[in-house]
Design a protein around this ligand. Structure first.
Ligand SMILES: Nc1nc2c(c(=O)[nH]1)N[C@H]1C(S)=C(S)[C@@H](COP(=O)(O)OP(=O)(O)OC[C@H]3O[C@@H](n4cnc5c(=O)[nH]c(N)nc54)[C@H](O)[C@@H]3O)O[C@H]1N2
Ligand SMILES: Nc1nc2c(c(=O)[nH]1)N[C@H]1C(S)=C(S)[C@@H](COP(=O)(O)OP(=O)(O)OC[C@H]3O[C@@H](n4cnc5c(=O)[nH]c(N)nc54)[C@H](O)[C@@H]3O)O[C@H]1N2
Ligand SMILES: [Mo]
Length: 763
């Protein structure tokens, strides 16, 4: 593998994407099956792409992208992790392998039990595995000693069954990947508009006059979103990007599924305006925009012209404007410019586009949600939209772009550590069983509870918490502290090696595979970022007869633990229609669920805020009057320069799954251990391009968090901000450095010292 850093000159997508897709499909060792799979992705009769949570364009012939193709091919590999593999490799030896190596070994073939005496995983029958889980759970002193983690790929049916299992057992401990991801969006939107989801549909993107894209990299993480942005840009929609980095996909795009764009040098400009705020500077930038809008509004009114604010909307539907206006007036420009890192002139350009657009959509992802003040930042985005009534109209609204393909559905179906009373009452009534009222643990609280010995059993429905969670060493210690850890997984990963005193790996089917149960072939359902619910049916042949569906595994654990309380679990796993009947009876919006799934393309769950129903404490949409944070992170500690680190994804990874070593659009090839840094900062630190550095994060608990071996790469990034890949940098993120009210680790603003690495430290 040649390591190289060079500028990527082409547009995002285009031939680069096609070449990469082809390489992944052919390299998967199951090329024919994978090509067949790709043609079925995101079609009416096919499966939902496990890549991301973007919506599907109806009537398009293909709807997959380079990175969706990677996700699909990666799942449908012919490689298998067999008992012989585990016999050959001791767990302590496997721990020394890279995440890439682990995942590359293929699909787990059989249920495995970790024998601590031999340090090897050994095969175990499904019945014995379930009985072991049942024994452990029934031995606990208290139901809250159980933690039930979920990663957002699980289907609606599996998620619903899982939460029912947990609650019937007696706990609300449902930490999930959402706690590490879009939690701030849910919290902020619920407080502001009474519903924690986006208010737009995919069709709104065709009608917007301006789309503001904050803190996300769709070229890599939501490539199908580029189609919507490209179409909008061609119609003359202004696309205003706020991103700490110049991301290629937000600059230019050529559609690999469009022959014209592929055969002509004509690629599409995406962003009409591109601003690079400092990490965490978006709230200040938006505050500046609002300051100008309010000024221009007052000037217009003074001249007897119509103002800029939507006064009718504000009067009818909102509360809190006066306090908010006072807060805006009290925010000085100097603070805005210093915190955002943008000049007043730049902020004015953005505000002019905003003021001139009739219909505006604001989208965002991890660049907004993984900061200390993320909830306040999202409230500020809502404030902006409320001022001009940019909610609930065609072409206008709020759009948190979700991560995992069904993370939004998981929450809708009850994967929530803080369920509302109405939901619990419906479950109680329907199942005739008391439901627990104690608030459960989020991801960070669950890790702390395991560290403290308060939680004893950890079960994960997918995901890879050992690598995805912050503070890698603390998380590993937390898992090791458990009496039992259970991972329901498709592929081998770090969490299988960072196990509890006893441990199980339970191999499951993936989304792309045919799922046949006692009543015949099954389909599952998912919900995308636009609240569209639709069916998904896998087509591939599972690569081992031992693998079971997630739903069947949950039913097996539940039956072994609870017997038939409150349902006969295996019957639900035999026919998912029965699970959907329970969903229809207990989850609002899913009435006549099975029947409505017959509609091609699925159905829309609706969004109360988009219909001007405000389910907030005040019964209105709420402005938030929060001051900007006094300061973000310090520039120095004990005389040593401090940088703010963001931890982000490369183009060749899916969260903790590493597909390859390239990050094509950022010009990085054959390696991942790099840190992007402004040339002036490199110079000031007395470093050179290619030098190897270590990073030490600053936190006040006396624990040293250090990672080394990162090569310095000069990059177009604000001076004082640096960027490096996740999960290699997770040991730096302190467990308790979390967002206010969201409790999400601050993965996009970690205070770090950067030191040239002494030769003996370089491995
Ligand atoms: N191929 C692929 N697809 C994925 C994933 C994957 O790993 N691979 N992951 C899925 C998941 S779970 C998620 S949550 C999403 C993640 O999707 P993204 O949110 O796009 O993921 P990140 O790589 O974390 O990128 C963060 C982006 O925000 C910018 N940014 C960081 N901090 C700031 C800031 O303070 N202000 C501004 N304005 N910009 C900032 C970064 O420069 C970067 O462009 O993607 C989903 N889709
Ligand atoms: N430093 C830092 N940390 C972060 C982030 C960051 O930006 N920076 N991002 C955070 C975000 S946004 C997220 S969402 C989390 C992700 O956290 P997780 O969801 O926990 O992690 P993933 O890497 O998506 O999980 C991958 C594993 O899931 C299993 N898997 C894949 N498909 C299936 C399936 O269909 N069923 C089952 N049961 N298992 C399956 C495979 O075994 C694979 O190894 O990470 C978070 N951590
Ligand atoms: Mo995510």
């Amino acid at each position: 593998m040649t390591k190289k850093i060079s500028n990527y000159k082409a547009a995002a997508g285009g031939w680069g994407a096609l070449a990469s897709t082809t390489r992944f499909v052919l390299g998967s060792q199951k090329p024919a099956a994978n090509i067949r799979n790709l043609l079925r992705a995101n079609k009416v009769k096919g499966f939902d792409c496990p890549g991301c949570a973007w919506g599907d364009e109806q009537g398009k012939h293909f709807s997959f992208c380079e990175n969706g193709a990677k996700a699909i091919s990666w799942e449908a590999t012919a490689r298998r992790v067999t008992p012989a593999f585990f016999k050959q490799h001791a767990v302590s030896r496997l721990r020394r392998q890279s995440d890439y190596f682990l995942e590359y070994q293929g699909r787990i073939e059989q249920p495995m039990y970790l024998n601590r005496d031999t340090d090897h995983y050994e095969p175990i029958s499904w019945d014995d595995a379930f009985a072991l889980i049942g024994r452990h759970l029934n031995r606990l002193d208290h139901a809250d000693q159980l933690e039930l983690y979920t990663s957002g790929r699980a289907s609606n049916e599996a998620a619903y069954l899982y939460q029912l299992f947990g609650r019937a057992f007696g706990t609300n401990n449902f930490p999930d990947c959402s706690n590490l991801c879009h939690e701030a969006s849910g919290v902020a939107l619920t407080r502001a508009i009474g519903v924690g989801k986006g208010t737009v549909t995919l069709q709104d993107f065709d009608q917007a006059d301006a789309i503001f894209v904050f803190g996300q990299n769709p070229g890599t993480n939501h490539p199908r979103m580029l189609h919507s942005l490209r179409n909008a840009a061609r119609r003359g929609t202004a696309i205003v990007t706020f991103n700490n980095l110049k991301e290629r996909g937000l600059e230019r795009f050529a559609d690999p599924q469009s022959p014209v764009e592929m055969l002509t040098p004509k690629d599409s400009r995406i962003s009409s305006h591109y601003f690079c705020p400092r990490l965490g500077g978006d709230m200040a930038a938006v505050r500046g925009m609002v300051k100008l809008l309010l000024k221009w509004d007052a000037e217009a009114l003074a001249k007897g012209e119509p103002g800029l604010l939507d006064r009718q909307f504000i009067a009818e539907h909102t509360q809190g404007l006066d306090d908010y206006m006072a807060q805006v007036a009290a925010t000085p420009w100097q603070h805005i410019e210093q915190q955002s890192g943008l000049s007043r002139a730049q902020i004015q350009q953005a505000a002019e586009v905003y003021a001139g657009a009739e219909r505006v959509i604001c989208t965002w992802a991890m660049g907004i949600t993984q900061h200390k003040h993320s909830v306040a930042t999202i409230r500020e985005l809502v404030n902006l939209q409320l001022l001009r009534g940019q909610i609930g109209r065609p072409g206008a609204g709020l759009c948190p772009v979700r991560g995992h393909s069904n993370v939004q559905g998981n929450r809708t179906l009850g994967i929530n550590e803080q369920p509302d009373e109405a939901f619990l009452e419906r479950l109680e009534h329907h199942f005739d069983l008391p439901m627990p009222r104690r608030p459960g643990h989020n991801a960070v609280a669950a890790i702390q509870a395991m560290l403290d010995g308060h939680a004893r059993v950890f079960i994960a429905l997918g995901g890879n918490i050992a690598a995805a969670a912050p503070d890698t060493h603390a998380t590993a210690e937390a898992l090791a502290n458990c009496d039992l850890t259970v991972q329901i997984s498709t592929k081998l990963n770090r969490s299988h090696l960072m196990a509890g005193k006893e441990a199980l790996i339970l191999p499951c089917l993936g989304r792309t595979e045919a799922d046949v149960q006692a009543s015949g072939p099954q389909f599952i359902t998912v919900e995308d970022s636009f609240s569209m619910v639709h069916a998904s049916q896998g087509v591939g042949t599972p690569n081992s007869p031992h693998q079971r569906s997630e739903t069947a595994i949950i039913a097996g654990m539940a039956q072994a633990t609870l017997g038939s309380k409150p349902v006969h679990w295996p019957a639900l796993a035999d026919d998912y229609d029965h699970i959907r009947d329970h969903i229809a009876a207990t989850i609002p919006g899913f009435e006549r669920f099975n029947e409505r799934l017959q509609q091609p393309g699925g159905f829309y769950l609706g969004n109360s805020a988009a219909e001007y129903h405000w389910h907030t404490a005040t019964g209105k949409a709420n402005f938030a009057a929060e001051p900007l944070p006094e300061a973000l992170l310090p520039a120095e500690a004990n005389g040593e320069a401090v940088s703010t680190l963001q931890t982000l994804r490369s183009h060749d990874q899916y969260n903790t799954t590493i597909y390859g070593m390239d990050d094509r659009y950022r010009g990085v090839y054959g390696q991942r251990m790099v840190v992007f840094m402004h040339p002036d900062e490199i110079h000031r630190r007395g470093l050179n391009k290619g030098d190897v550095v270590e990073m030490i994060s600053i936190w006040h608990d006396g624990v040293e968090r250090r990672v080394g071996g990162f090569k310095v790469v000069p990059y177009d990034i604000p001076d004082g901000n640096v960027a490096a890949y996740y999960p290699e940098t997770n040991p730096l993120v302190p467990l308790h450095s979390t967002g206010d009210d969201s409790h999400t680790p601050t993965s996009k603003s970690v205070a770090v010292l950067i030191r040239r690495q002494q030769a003996e430290r370089i491995l």
